[in-house]
Design a protein around this ligand. Structure first.
Ligand SMILES: Nc1ncnc2c1ncn2[C@@H]1O[C@H](COP(=O)(O)OP(=O)(O)OP(=O)(O)O)[C@@H](O)[C@H]1O
Length: 663
């Protein structure tokens, strides 16, 4: 009996030597009692124990490369966190290194490395990880999502041939993806989303079994590869620089999976593709490269000549003219930014100023009360690479990453002819109305021709993406939806109250303007960026007397009413999970028609029904939504009434949850 633990340990191993030793041990233990028998049993048992211990561990090479791999992920000092347990004197499987999962059978093959949200930085040392045969042959999952890892993905990643899941989303990876990535033929899930990858995708369509491809929020270019879309369940390439036609996916993925790629076209985006140009025939790749080389050389020579010419001209001009004094307003108000919105070279800034205006422009950036960017200079924006996030009715939004890594969302407002001073006053006023569920602007810039608003970049996206993105609201249950509705209503009521006398409503309330903060709390973004129709605005500045004041009041009251309508559409989206088109008109008329036909339950999102959400409370919220989207603005409830109605529904929901939980 004394030796039973040795039998047990040995029984999990399967090497021939162990089996033989085990058999000998068994035979010996059956012999008659003698000193010899005792000694034999001890010798055999110890040998078995040692062999078992040595063979049941990850080999030294793999262990060393794992340690090197973690050193790479351990910021600049390369010292791995000792609490992870990754060191050469222990065993990854037996000693349960943090983030490592091994096979259950032999407990000596590393199958998975999962570091989800571990605050890791540094780089992914694929050379260390994938060039050791034993490790490369066993590793099937590498998940480094939601860290701060940067650098490029080395080509050696392709040596980890068994990988089925490569999850790298939510990091700071950059550069081109290596061509070798397409050799990971076992890959089922590839997530490279929310990074800074650039360049064209390698031939990923060669990976036939891919079921998930997430690449949103990068700077990727080129055409979308011809994946086998019948296999893909999850797919997103939004907010990149992809161009050309969207492959026919038979409507499998919603438009939100492609949005934010200005040069993509196709029916799903309601954007016609230009007729495809015939490819040049008869020229080999090498010939084309040769011609391109000549053209580049020619351009370089022309550029050189132009530079010299300009330099000479500047030398002449720089001699100051005593008669000319530059006006401050001239300098600031000449186009201060030149936009190259569709360019793909992200190493340069989207914004640029000419040297004459730069000194003045630097002082024109107004930082509001924000500890995040307290010393932000306009120059910092110029230096930072900018990524186009989307083009809306009211302007263009860029993601700008400052040198210190802070990510900002910069909104470049289009076509708002508000006088500069009024704009400044409005921004200062908005800054005074603070609510935890309203995203404040951190800074703004304003000249006659250019208006920029700077917000903190929200990496969890918007309510729109939560509802219509990849997961299509699958994991967005009823209680959370009701919670979001209540919080947004409260925040809107607060802002309306605070800014009523200033006549500042949101003006463009919709689900893509409800951002989700780090903790997934909803917050209203872009409050007060209402673009007043130029005609209206000019008439408002010219009108005098009681009639004019009445018109201004009416317009303001319309804007507040429009917010109620916008909020009603958001409620409909939360309840139905359906996409909004045509400013919500399509969705509201569909809901009306279904309700009229008394098929009301049909309107609700199927995932809410299958979750077993209370139909009564969903119907109550639907009533609120229908009141808010009333055609006649005067018939819509006030925001305070909306808050009261939603709070009553929420209280009922909370009560039912308590009852449900009580024994
Ligand atoms: N602060 C932010 N952080 C991260 N993403 C943001 C932020 N603000 C907006 N976005 C997202 O960026 C995308 C583009 O925003 P943009 O405001 O240009 O689009 P829009 O709301 O459709 O247009 P518009 O407001 O001009 O009508 C949207 O998907 C939006 O949800």
């Amino acid at each position: 009996m004394k030796y039973s633990f040795l039998f047990t340990t040995a029984s999990t191993s399967n090497s021939l030597i162990e089996v033989l030793l085990q058999t000998c041990l068994y035979q010996t233990s059956n012999l008659r009692a003698s000193k010899m028998k005792q000694v034999s049993i001890w010798v055999l048992s110890i040998s078995l124990f040692l062999i078992n211990h040595v063979t049941n561990s990850v080999d030294d090479g793999a262990r060393a490369s794992l340690v090197e791999f973690l050193e790479g992920l351990s910021s600049s000092n390369g010292q791995p966190d000792p609490s992870f347990g990754w060191n050469l004197s222990s065993d990854p499987c037996r000693d349960k290194w943090k983030g490592v999962q091994c096979d259950n059978k032999t407990n000596k093959l590393v199958k998975k490395i999962v570091f989800d949200n571990f605050s890791l930085s540094g780089f992914l040392n694929a050379t260390a990880l994938c060039n050791v045969q034993s490790l490369a042959a066993s590793l099937i999952v590498l998940n480094l999502t939601r860290n701060n890892i940067g650098g490029v993905i080395q080509a050696d990643i392709a040596n980890c041939k068994q990988l089925t899941r490569l999850i790298l989303g939510g990091n700071q990876f950059s550069g081109n993806l290596p061509d070798s990535l397409a050799m990971l033929s076992n890959l089922k899930q590839l997530d490279i989303s929310n990074n800074r990858f650039s360049g064209d995708l390698p031939g990923l369509s060669r990976i036939s079994g891919l079921t998930m491809f997430l690449a949103q929020n990068n700077q990727l270019t080129g055409e979308i590869p011809e994946f086998d879309f019948s296999n893909l369940d999850q797919f997103n390439v939004s907010n990149n620089f992809f161009k050309g036609p969207i492959p026919d996916t038979k409507g499998k993925f919603p438009p939100s999976c492609y949005l934010g790629n200005p040069e993509l076209c196709g029916e799903i985006l309601q954007k016609k593709c230009p007729p495809s140009k015939k490819k040049s025939k008869g020229l080999s790749r090498n010939q084309i490269l040769m011609f391109l080389g000549y053209i580049a050389l020619g351009l370089a020579i022309v550029a050189l000549i132009l530079c010299r010419f300009k330099k000479k001209k500047r030398e002449k001009v720089e001699a100051p003219s005593p008669n000319k004094v530059a006006s401050v307003d001239d300098a600031v108000d000449k186009p201060s930014f030149t936009s190259t919105e569709y360019k793909t070279d992200m190493s340069r800034s989207e914004f640029s100023v000419n040297s004459a205006e730069s000194a003045l422009v630097l002082s024109s950036l107004v930082v509001l009360t924000s500890p995040t960017v307290s010393d932000l200079q306009f120059e910092d924006l110029l230096r930072a690479p900018a990524e186009l996030l989307g083009k809306g009715k009211h302007g263009t939004l860029y993601r700008v990453v400052l040198e210190n890594g802070t990510a900002l969302a910069v909104k470049r407002i289009k076509g708002w002819t508000i006088p500069t001073d009024d704009f400044k006053q409005r921004m200062q006023r908005l800054d005074q109305a603070k609510h935890p569920n309203v995203l404040p602007a951190l800074a703004f810039y304003c000249s006659k021709h250019e208006k920029l608003l700077i917000y903190e970049y929200q990496m969890n996206g918007s309510l729109f993406t939560l509802l219509h993105g990849n997961e299509r609201g699958q994991n967005f249950e009823w209680a959370s939806r009701l919670g979001v509705a209540a919080k947004i209503a409260e925040a809107l009521a607060f802002m309306h109250e605070e800014l009523h006398s200033d006549g500042i409503a949101h003006g463009n309330l919709k689900s893509s303007n409800i951002m989700l903060k780090r903790d997934m709390e909803p917050c209203i973004s872009e409050y007060g960026l209402m673009v007043v129709d130029p005609q209206e605005s000019s008439s408002s500045s010219n009108v005098n007397g009681i009639k004019g004041m009445q018109q201004t009041k009416d317009r303001a009251s319309n804007a507040f009413n429009a917010d109620i309508y916008g909020f009603g559409v958001i409620l409909l989206e939360l309840l139905t999970g359906r996409l909004v088109q045509n400013d919500g008109v399509d969705l509201t008329s569909w809901v009306h028609s279904v309700v009229r036909e008394e098929w009301t339950v049909e309107v609700f999102d199927k995932s809410l029904i299958s979750e077993g959400a209370s139909e009564e409370r969903m119907l109550n919220l639907l009533q609120v939504a229908i009141k808010c989207v009333n055609h006649s603005p005067e018939a819509r409830p006030s925001i305070n009434q909306v808050v009261a109605m939603i709070n009553t529904i929420k209280e009922e929901e909370d009560k039912s949850l308590v009852l449900f939980q009580e024994p």
